[in-house]
Design a binder for this molecule. Structure first.
Ligand code: DON
Length: 424
């Protein structure tokens, strides 16, 4: 059967092909872009890619580099040091406004130019060339292929970067930028000139949606904590002075770039990239914004769309037959507080007459820290009530020293956990 998803994407391209807006012209190289190009690509967190239109056309990454550079700077400097340098508040102003905090001189966030130039300067490396090389290498790992720098786009941007040089000099004057302001803008302009396709961007966004793990290589490129920070800042600041409209209409953490790309990362689900060069007054692709609005509505992708995770966490609960019956709870999915609460409630409310409880985590894809602690606490309390507890956990959904310290019987198969009693 032919999947309906590519056909749906073609329909979206057809429906969102308005001609409004204008190609960016403040960077000469961007002014030469074909305004009618239009591509879309979706990459799921398991690495499946769907695309339509000009998904393989190359263009420069521009401001879509900012969240990824922020992720690298977080890894290089640590979260606390970064917070001292750059705030996380929406500026409510255009991307190229100065927006520094009175007193500290901190830029409002890492998505506006001032914050992004400072972020670039905080990536490990002696100069702009080394810092950009570190970023190019990391972006390549997220994209799943070797990316290159468009040297003529870089020259075109850097030769006309008067406003960004002004921002960098201002940050140097207030003492928040440590390095040479010209070197910071040179490196930042190179960072913006890394060449990508919609497919590359969708994979990079899917790496964020997948908590920092690249979907096809399985490599953990960014830490879970950094990804949470990056997505939060994308959600609140990624669309600049249109952030409120974006949150209400689309509801996906996103970032736009003046080359005409827009990326979005829907946590746990999918990375999305759209490319079409004509821009609106905020510097975001007109068709890109329209496409995201349409995808969000059609596919229920808004982050505030209410999900009922808890209801599906307990797959089954039963008591085995035979002379040595055992009570089994089968848990499934990605368990956070609400899912774990459903399981904890079912176990707390039940009468355990069998004397042995098996918690089967075979289908529990992941338990976050709270989910793990809640299940271990339930096991401990059952033990205090004189009930034997065994865990079936072939994929180590439970891990870490607290699991070993619990002294629980661990099994790879449910049958073995049930049989263990009769064998005694
Ligand atoms: O700083 C600049 O001018 C560009 N290299 C990047 C700006 C950008 O993409 C703004 N986003 N919409």
């Amino acid at each position: 059967m032919h999947s309906p998803i590519p056909d749906y994407l073609l329909e979206v391209l057809d429906a969102c092909g308005t001609d409004g807006g204008a190609v960016a012209d403040y960077i000469p190289e961007l002014a030469a872009a074909d305004p009618d190009r239009f591509g879309i690509c979706l990459a799921t967190v398991d690495g499946t890619v769907y695309s339509a239109g000009n998904a393989e056309t190359t263009f420069t990454i521009q401001s879509m580099s900012k969240p990824f550079a922020y992720g690298v700077a977080l890894a290089d400097q640590g979260h606390e040091a970064m917070a001292e340098k750059i705030d996380v508040e929406p500026s409510g102003e255009a991307f190229n406004e100065i927006s520094l905090e009175p007193g500290t001189g901190r830029p409002k966030n890492a998505m506006i130019n001032a914050g992004a130039i400072l972020t670039h300067s905080l990536v490990a490396g002696d100069d702009g060339i080394q810092r950009t090389e570190r970023l190019r290498e990391m972006f390549s790992r997220c994209a799943g292929r070797e990316l290159r720098i468009d040297e003529s786009a870089f020259t075109s941007e850097f030769d006309t970067a008067h406003r960004n040089l002004g921002l960098a000099h201002m940050m140097k004057a207030v003492g928040i930028l440590d390095c040479d302001p010209v070197e910071a803008v040179r490196g930042y302009s190179r960072q913006c000139s890394i060449e990508v396709t919609c497919r590359d961007l969708a994979m990079m966004a899917a790496t964020l949606a997948n908590a920092g793990v690249q979907p096809t290589t399985g490599e953990q490129i960014l830490s879970r904590r950094s990804v949470r920070q990056m997505l939060s800042v994308m959600m609140t600041c990624g669309m600049y002075d249109a952030a409120g409209d974006w949150m209400t209409d689309v509801g996906i953490p996103a970032k736009s770039g003046v080359s005409g790309g827009v990326i979005g990362a829907l946590p746990g689900q999918v990375g999305i990239a759209v490319f079409s060069p004509r821009l609106d007054s905020h510097g975001s692709s007109v068709r890109g914004v329209e496409t995201f609005e349409r995808l969000s509505t059609d596919m229920g992708m808004h982050m505030m769309e209410v999900a009922h995770e808890g209801r599906s966490a307990l797959r089954d609960a039963f008591t085995t037959d035979g002379p040595d019956p055992v009570t089994v709870y089968q848990v499934q999915g990605d368990l956070r507080f609400t899912g774990a609460e459903t399981v904890v409630r079912a176990i707390s409310e039940a009468e355990h007459t069998t004397g042995r409880v098996v918690l089967d985590l075979t289908r529990a894809y992941r338990l976050n820290d709270v989910g793990q602690r809640m299940l271990l606490e339930v096991a401990r309390r059952l033990g205090l009530d004189g009930i034997e507890v065994a865990m079936v956990d072939p994929d180590h959904a439970l891990h870490g020293p607290h699991v070993e310290a619990s002294g629980l019987e661990m099994f790879d198969h449910l049958d073995a956990a049930i049989a263990a009693r009769a064998d005694r």
